[in-house]
Design a protein around this ligand. Structure first.
Ligand code: ATR
Length: 278
């Protein structure tokens, strides 16, 4: 089965998704093509429709169109419903789109690949935008003890709690409260889901928020990130960026489209090498 796939976003030139999916296709002997599509900021729907008319089978959707993709999908997975955003579209026999969200599964899988236990762990999730929302359900499903959502705008963190009524494992707090010593027991895993790293900013987090073996995960990736540079400067030894999450969410999309699970670790190693050499 051949197929035409794409990643749609704006901007899109930086996207590593074509390299990842072509590597998956080669490894699993699938014949497909996967391209980057730049959609105008005001016409995601038009770009998706012309891709469908060209014979598009499936698409990944990235910033800033994930919510629009959610709206355009005629049917959606339960995890996409909870995420309120779609990062994977698959064409249906009637020509409509099925929407899924593989980001949260990608994060959980990558954390497990790192050998970090999630079950019973206290998680601090920093940020309450789309990236944070998409990982809540998968983290809860991984049986974490609790997730404290810390956000600059606390009402957005509270709005996320409202999506999970009667869920005692979720809490919300202001980002500022993290700078105050001794507010709460330390967290085992601290996840940065803000876009603050893009501008090199790191929130002020008091040392009482972590302990000797706590781990820090930044959903951003690169040679390093401002958040991980900060964590290393605090002598936190278990640090990981979001490159593995990117590869794992792609693998989950690939599985949805092709029914085959690619091996992710060789592709992650390849990407890491490319990034370090760039
Ligand atoms: P995404 O879909 O990537 O999550 P988003 O919905 O725009 O993007 O959310 C960005 C997140 O990063 C929000 O939690 C935002 O905090 P606010 O809700 O208070 O805006 C957070 N963020 C962005 N820049 C930040 C900064 N400089 N310091 C702290 N938080 C920041």
């Amino acid at each position: 089965m051949t197929g035409l796939y794409a990643v749609i976003g704006n901007p899109i030139a930086h996207s590593r998704s074509p390299a990842i999916h072509h590597a998956f296709a080669k490894q699993t002997e699938q014949i497909l093509s996967y391209e980057r599509l730049l959609a105008p900021l005001d016409d995601f729907a038009g770009t998706l429709e012309s891709f469908r008319k060209q014979g598009g089978y499936g698409a990944n959707v990235t910033v800033p169109f994930k919510e629009q993709a959610w709206q355009l999908a005629k049917t959606r997975s339960a995890r996409a419903e909870l995420a309120g955003a779609v990062n994977t579209l698959a064409i249906q026999p009637d020509g409509s789109w099925y929407g899924d969200n593989t980001d949260g599964a990608g994060l959980v899988q990558d954390i497990q690949n790192a050998g970090w236990e999630l079950r019973g762990r206290r998680v601090l999730l920093i940020g309450a935008g789309g990236a944070a929302r998409g990982v809540l359900q998968p983290l809860l499903a991984a049986e974490v003890d609790c997730i404290c959502i810390a956000n600059r705008t606390v009402t957005k963190a509270q709005a996320l709690l409202a999506l999970f009524p009667m869920q005692p494992r979720l809490q919300a707090c202001t980002l500022d409260s993290l700078s105050v010593p001794g507010q709460r027991p330390p967290f085992d895993i601290i996840i940065n889901a803000t876009s603050a790293s893009l501008s090199g900013e790191v929130p002020v987090i008091d040392a009482s928020c972590w302990h000797e073996t706590s781990a820090v995960y930044d959903m951003m990736y690169g040679k390093s990130t401002a958040f991980l540079d900060w964590a290393k400067a605090q002598s936190i030894t278990h640090c990981r960026d979001g490159l593995g999450m990117l590869v794992e969410q792609a693998a989950e999309s690939f599985y949805l489209w092709r029914g085959v699970r690619p091996e992710t670790q060789p592709v992650l190693a390849l990407l890491r090498k490319e990034i370090n050499q760039s």
